[in-house]
Design a protein around this ligand. Sequence first.
Ligand SMILES: C[S@@+](CC[C@H](N)C(=O)[O-])C[C@H]1O[C@@H](n2cnc3c(N)ncnc32)[C@H](O)[C@@H]1O
Length: 316
Amino acid sequence: MLLKIVLSGMLQEIPGFKSLRPRVRQDPGFTARYCYSTWLRHLVASFKGGLQKIPEAVAELGPGDSLGTGLAAILSGAARFYALDILPYADSGQNLRVFEELVELFKARSPVPGNDEFPDLKPPLEDYPFPSWILSEALLKESLAAKRLEAIRQILKNTERKPVPGGLEIRYFVPWCDPGVIQEQSLDMIFSQAVLEHVTDLSLAYGAMSRWLKPGGWMSHQIDFKSHGTSKYWNGHWRYPSWAWDMITGKRKYFLNRQPCSVHLALHREHGFEITGELRYAATETLSRHQLASPFRNFSEADFSTSGVLIQSRKK
Ligand SMILES: C[S@@+](CC[C@H](N)C(=O)[O-])C[C@H]1O[C@@H](n2cnc3c(N)ncnc32)[C@H](O)[C@@H]1O
């Protein structure tokens, strides 16, 4: 496994070489259920944590294979969605296929796919019924209106387009590296799923998110601190000294930044976010401290035992 990761990292810059990372979710039905579950988990957890209304303008960092999670936000009533990635995993055909599946899930008021279907998906919820206490019939009548669905399909055929009448807008910025791609103080919510552990320049990303959010705007980030196949131990990636880690990373545009939970919490505060909720997942089967490389073995007890976290916050 490690050899495959190293070889893949070395070959990244050879023309025509595609990462050995396969598209994880080829089947749009499976993808749609994953996106539906991911969005509704963030939405429910956000409403329970203090978000009070459906955000009008939403951005997602690192959507991956499709814009489906953001499309679920649009079907929940958001008017504008901005997806920011650094590699162009999503394409128009996949977005349209996932969109049609999502429409059916919302029309059927399907329960949130739970742990039996996605055992590793986080954040967990207390229960998994369709959240009609957030998505009322009146709201869904508007958000799923035939004319609106048709307008969304047209936008998905070309995400470079300017907003259509009615304010609907869906944009895919890839690769994004300039915070100027989104207007300052224009967003109501930013979320990410399994992305912030991959972002190389965390300071730039948190600074950009702070710039984009309106005062009082909401963030919800699910972060996975585990070793992502680089070790059989969840914290085995912290075992490698930096020279070995550079070899593993190779020429990839991104890999794992190996930063622990406290770094993310500190960056939230530094960039003007008030943390409203922090749900940590405890680790089992771990390497002991003295087996880790030098900066990592001095982690606080909390960082040392946190294998993932949901951080929710509000821009001050
Ligand atoms: C593990 S995938 C997760 C994709 C998706 N959120 C999901 O839940 O399936 C990580 C994603 O983060 C993206 N990513 C890495 N660095 C990024 C950055 N600096 N800004 C935005 N996205 C980034 C990757 O391109 C990839 O799409």
